[in-house]
Ligand binder design. Structure first.
Ligand SMILES: Nc1ncnc2c1ncn2[C@@H]1O[C@H](COP(=O)(O)OP(=O)(O)OP(=O)(O)O)[C@@H](O)[C@H]1O
Ligand SMILES: [Mg+2]
Length: 478
């Protein structure tokens, strides 16, 4: 008996404690409306002993517990004014064997203003979350499709065909090719043409992320996984790309340990976040890209052979622009067209300028061509883009300059032959040093006339001003 009593007492105390903590206010009345439990001390300053046994209507203003006893119907979330404050009250009848034996009244918040604040806060959080979700979706979307890949070259058309076929499958694709050949365009296009195009397209540049951070970028981490980790944890790119495609750009830069981890993930098709042992399924198509020869890296033990075979189920090797010179004209035309909007009217390359473009080797490939078209277009004054409008390095390499018919080249050669004081072999410093000497020489030869010197250098006068300013040579308007 004693034990049962002690147990009961303990349980009652627990309930009291619960009531005390869970609600700002709570009252229990019997079937006639007399108070048997009262916990409004915090809110009204009335102690329980003072009111036990009193009728609720005599103690609580605006109470409706007496009404609930009569109707037997709960009233949830009603607004009640107590002590000059609006509070949210709920009243629930207590039934036993179909008879009402009492009622409970509770108050969840002290003040309606507090509830409103909470509701606004939650609304605000929801809005922010919606915005972030949209932004995340926008950022993780493929931007280009096969229609954006301009080419008339049979090898390229064949590659597009293979890429289209691969897009329909789940196969892993590895795109290789020199910088600026359009690897990223292919990756976006494959995702867009795949059945996963509704899903996200998440890009990660393995070369741009410090070695130590790559794992958490790829796989994320659990809250507080390591010192300095965010308490909210982090979602990795693999999880972010779920249902879509992950594009591992510059895969050759991935450190060997990460290669092993990636291989394991690809084989098991599941992974764990850092600091967690919960397995997450990988529902992701993988596209990788590299401008290095992975096979060569494998032979030098810099890239895992087993990973190489896993990634290169479908291999797309984009040829450099110099091996598809037939595309140069088409690409240049297209870039001229797309840039037209910014330069009012469309311009055309002269035949000789076009020849320079065709004979150039394009180490920067299509990206370089696009930049050349853009800069020549802005330089050309008339409707025709001449050799003189091409960037300096192309004119020099072409070995001709229409304004000076070879004089500029002689000048550069002379400057190169001069012993220049370059502290290091840093290419930028060396080029600047040669440029400085060529400019000074041209100024000297032309009796300090900038117009004539610019002509001799084969550049526009404004360009000469800019260069002189950059090189710290004295600039005076003529
Ligand atoms: N076939 C193409 N048609 C139209 N534009 C192209 C084509 N190929 C490349 N480009 C242009 O060249 C730029 C570079 O392409 P992309 O970013 O796909 O190259 P990449 O191979 O990924 O280079 P990197 O190795 O330097 O990252 C693009 O922004 C685009 O303007
Ligand atoms: Mg790229």
């Amino acid at each position: 008996m004693e034990r049962s009593y002690e147990e009961l007492k303990r349980q009652m105390e627990m309930i009291d404690e619960f009531i005390e903590q869970a609600y700002e206010g709570m009252a229990i009345v019997d079937a006639d409306g007399y108070i048997t439990k009262f916990n409004y001390e915090k809110l009204l300053g009335i102690k329980e002993d003072e009111v036990l046994g009193k009728h609720v209507t005599d103690v609580l203003e605006n109470t409706r517990l007496d009404v609930v006893l009569k109707t037997g119907k709960s009233e949830i979330g009603d607004i009640q004014v107590i002590g000059g404050k609006q509070v949210i009250a709920s009243r629930i009848p207590i039934e036993r064997d179909g008879k009402i034996i009492g009622a409970v009244g509770t108050i969840l918040f002290k003040d309606l203003a507090e509830v409103k604040y909470m509701a606004d806060y939650i609304d605000n959080m929801k809005r922010q979350m919606r915005d972030y979700k949209q932004e995340l979706k926008r950022l993780n979307q493929a931007k280009y499709s096969f229609d954006n890949i301009i080419t008339d070259n049979s090898r390229m058309l064949g590659l597009i065909e293979s890429a289209r076929k691969a897009a329909e499958t789940h196969s892993t694709v590895c795109i290789s090719g020199e910088s600026g050949t359009g690897k990223e365009y292919f990756a976006h296009s494959i995702h867009k043409a795949s059945p996963r195009h509704y899903g996200p397209f998440v890009r990660i540049n393995c070369a741009a992320i410090p070695k130590d951070l790559l794992e958490s970028e790829l796989f994320g981490y659990a809250p507080g996984a390591f010192t300095g980790a965010s308490s909210a944890g982090k979602i990795g790119k693999f999880e972010l790309a779920s249902g879509g495609t992950i594009f591992l750009d510059e895969i050759s830069a991935m450190p060997l340990e990460m290669q092993s981890k990636l291989l394991r993930v690809l084989e098991e098709r599941e992974f764990e976040k850092i600091g967690s042992n919960v397995k997450i399924d990988v529902d992701v198509r993988i596209i990788s890209a590299t401008n290095e020869d992975l096979r060569m890296l494998v032979s030098k033990d810099k890239f895992r052979e087993d990973l190489y075979y896993r990634l290169e189920v479908v291999g797309i090797k984009i040829p450099p622009l110099r091996e598809r010179k037939d595309d140069i004209y088409l690409l240049a035309e297209n870039f001229l067209n797309s840039l037209k909007a910014s330069y009012a009217e469309k311009k055309q390359f002269s035949k000789s300028a076009l020849n320079v473009l065709i004979s150039h080797e394009w180490p920067g490939n299509v990206r370089e061509l696009r930049n050349v078209v853009e800069s020549s277009m802005s330089m050309a004054e008339g409707n025709t883009i001449e050799i003189a409008d091409l960037p300096e390095y192309l004119r020099i390499m072409a070995g001709e300059d229409q304004a000076t018919s070879g004089e500029a080249t002689d000048l550069i050669t002379a400057s190169l032959e001069m012993s220049f004081s370059c502290d290091s072999l840093n290419l930028k410093h060396c080029v600047e040093s040669v440029e400085r000497q060529a400019i000074l020489e041209a100024m000297r030869k032309n009796k300090h006339s900038k117009t004539d010197a610019a002509k001799m250098l084969g550049i526009h006068r404004t360009q000469l001003y800019k260069k002189m300013k950059k090189l710290g040579l004295e600039v005076e308007e003529e």
